[in-house]
Design a protein around this ligand. Structure first.
Ligand SMILES: *Cc1c(COP(=O)(O)O)cnc(C)c1O
Length: 401
């Protein structure tokens, strides 16, 4: 019996643990952030101004990379990465089955073909053994996704990329602030991509970043984010010239100075926020060690996990309920659980476009039936964390055989 009294489930008419839904993630915007944005609103530059290189340089310094390029979203960052490494029709790019759809979509934007590979059963990260099996003469790149915030096995992936002379891209949208063998996320692949959507580690509303140590790739990405034009409006003004050239087909993937001011202010808090996420994860880990039907995903000793998500796996053989029923019961208790992700190859678009189907990535498909993401974000209080733990106990106890 928890501190909220006897455990009649909210879904069966009992009292919910929380009256108001605790979301799985949310942003933290404070007075400093707001003041930084207001300053830009009063300044000369709302876009293509000085806050963009300032944010980029701070981000490059933080990730220990030579270059960072800010764009309008994480999806734009992935698209720009696929453009920069010259993905073209009929090229293949290896992506994990468990990720957000945008990872694979970025390959399709360039006319390429995403090749879905299965994940490791313990971590649900891309499995290098499966990568080898899917490399063909058409393979141009691997996109490793640091799912939940745990960096992938980059030494092994690097070795594979070098052996087959292909590029290694990190979709690091979950892992900003994490590291692999002491090396920060952002410098672990040829190109790394980030998102600043409000549920991610830091936010600019919408926004994204690319980091790389390759100056030529960074140059290509800067052109791509600005319609394929070689100099921006500000550079032209400094040069006192009207002249510009569109050298390739690009997009308007620019981010504004307003957003970069917010991003810069948020970036200063990243380290403390990642630390808080790690503390919450430790509290969950110790609480769930006592519940055999609830297993956290495996974490390798060589990483510092940035915990964008905290995902549990339900051992449904120990429960009289499906994942769907546990999910609904936790939602009824006021816990904003979520599921990350539906395996991408099972979406109707990919079934239609590429003929993908169930059975192609059995580990990912089985895991998908068992996973639930619990709330984790820096301003969660210890009482919030306790509520989640209590709700999981309450619901799992009610459904245990
Ligand atoms: C959030 C996310 C994206 C897309 O980022 P947006 O900024 O929403 O476009 C891509 N990949 C992963 C793994 C993500 O979590």
């Amino acid at each position: 019996m928890g501190r909220h009294g006897p455990g009649k489930l909210a879904i069966q008419g009992g009292t919910p643990i929380r009256q108001k839904l605790l979301p799985y993630g949310r942003q933290l915007v404070d007075d400093d952030d707001i003041a930084a944005v207001v300053d830009v609103l009063r300044s000369d530059w709302l876009t293509t101004g000085p806050k963009i290189p300032e944010f980029e340089q701070a981000f490059a310094a933080l990730t220990g990379s030579l270059e960072a390029v800010a764009v309008s979203s994480g999806t734009a960052a992935l698209h720009a990465a696929m453009y920069a490494i010259d993905i073209k029709p009929r090229d293949e790019v290896i992506v994990p089955a468990i990720t957000f759809a945008a990872t694979a979509n970025s390959v399709v934007f360039q006319g390429g073909r995403p090749v879905f590979v299965d994940v490791h059963p313990d971590t649900l990260l891309i499995d290098p053994e499966q990568v080898i099996k899917h490399i063909s003469t058409k393979t141009k790149a691997i996109i490793a996704v640091d799912y939940t915030g745990q960096p992938c096995d980059y030494d092994t992936l690097r070795e594979l990329a070098d052996r087959y002379n292909i590029k290694l891209i990190a979709d690091a949208c979950h892992s900003l602030g994490g590291n692999y063998k002491g090396r920060p996320v952002g410098q672990l692949a040829d190109i790394s991509t980030f998102s600043f959507h409000p549920v991610k580690h830091i936010t600019t509303g919408e926004g994204g970043m690319i980091s790389t140590n390759d100056a030529e790739l960074a140059r290509r990405i800067r052109v791509f984010r600005n319609h394929g034009i070689t100099s921006d409006h500000r550079q032209r003004e400094q040069q006192g010239s009207w002249f510009y050239e569109m050298v390739d087909l690009g997009y308007n993937y620019r981010i504004t100075d307003i957003q970069c001011a917010l991003g810069l202010s948020q970036l200063r808090k990243l380290a403390a926020w990642v630390k808080r996420r790690q503390e919450i994860a430790q509290q969950y880990n110790s609480a769930f060690a006592e519940i055999p039907a609830v297993q956290p995903l495996g974490v390798r000793a060589e990483v510092s996990h940035a915990y964008h998500l905290y995902v549990i796996r339900l051992d449904v053989t120990k429960l009289q309920a499906t994942r769907g029923q546990i999910f609904a019961a936790l939602r009824a208790e006021g816990i904003g659980v979520n599921v990350h992700y539906i395996p991408v190859h099972l979406h109707p678009f990919y079934r239609k476009q590429l003929g993908t189907k169930p059975g192609m990535c059995p580990v990912a498909e089985a895991a998908y039936e068992q996973i639930i993401s619990l709330p984790i974000f820096p301003q969660m209080t210890d009482a919030d964390v306790e509520d989640v733990i209590e709700a999981v106990h309450k619901v799992v106890r009610a459904f245990t055989v």
